[in-house]
Ligand binder design. Sequence first.
Ligand SMILES: [Zn+2]
Length: 411
Amino acid sequence: MHPITVIILAALLIDAVVSVAADILNLKSVRTRLPAAFEGLYDPQRYATAQRYLRVNTRFGWMTAAVNLAILLLFWFSGGFQWLDAWVRGLGYGDITDGLIYIGILVACKALIELPFGIYATFGIEARFGFNQTTWKTYLSDRIKGALLAILLGGPLLALILAFFLHAGPLAWFYCWAATVGFMLLMQYIAPTWIMPLFNRFEPLEEGALNDAIMAYARSIDFALDRIFVMDGSKRSSKSNAFFTGFGRHRRIVLFDTLVEKHTTEELVAVLAHEMGHYKKKHIIKNLLVGIVQAGVMFFILSLFISYPGLFAAFYVQEVSVYAGLLFFGLLYAPLDGLTGLALQALSRKHEYEADRFAVHTSQKGAALITALKKLTVDNLSNLQPHPFYVFLNYSHPPILNRIQAIEKAI
Ligand SMILES: [Zn+2]
């Protein structure tokens, strides 16, 4: 076996073992006694349902991961990458088109393999726990729109990256980086205004007490806001949320209709104070900058490996090509990417505490923020006591009880 084969295989297996171990710790850390902070909010039956929801999702996650890994290994060790490469080359369309076809076919196959799992998660699990509101029509049209967007947006970027590595010489990585940064910035603008409306309806929040209260709060922290949007999240799920996207004129604050329905004006102002806190504390720009640096580092390391023959030998592919190099590098780089992901998640959890503190200090609605978070937790059947190691691996937000504690201290 080629040393790079061993490295990638070991990384895949270690990753699987570590995440299953974290899952097991997580399942074991669930307590049957309801934490004091949630007494009166969770009735014992619903609390038991939340724990069942966690177990069902964990087991389903194992099955999905096992099937995905098995298919990857089967394809890899039966020479699938070489077989597909020979077939694509046989078409004789030239390097860039070959690359688009090669990567396109593999991405499409991955999506097809994942499709039944996604369907079961939505119409099986989410439906069983009373969350799903997606119709088959919405589900299928979501998948189709997603695929078209991937082709329309991802295709040209991929073609550009292939072209740079084929023709631009030693600075190719830098041009790829520049193109990717341009793409990331473009997405910041077109995501809220053009892409998200393809999937959901966004209506301005109607005039009234809620609108006035949010506007008054925004003025008090000097946050220019001309409209608040309500999104028809209920089209897909009864779970609720709020979020913030975009920059400058294109920034948007969005409330799910399900959130508006279930919360008081005070709670909603507190939730939006948290969202605006992310903006005021510059979290959005910081995340974007980190993403830009990350992409630069990745492309530079990619440039060192992209035509390294060992990488191709590791996947039993005979001819060196930019497109296959790109793909195989992705597998080699995954552990490093995973580690940076952990650092980013830790940063995100820190940002959540900061946004909470910002909301408490500027809105004086700490108590309302706590009740809003508690309601969200109960409605979404979130896990009250995740294991710290599981949090470290998977959580972008701190566990709810830690958040409540920190908010209480800040009040
Ligand atoms: Zn947040």
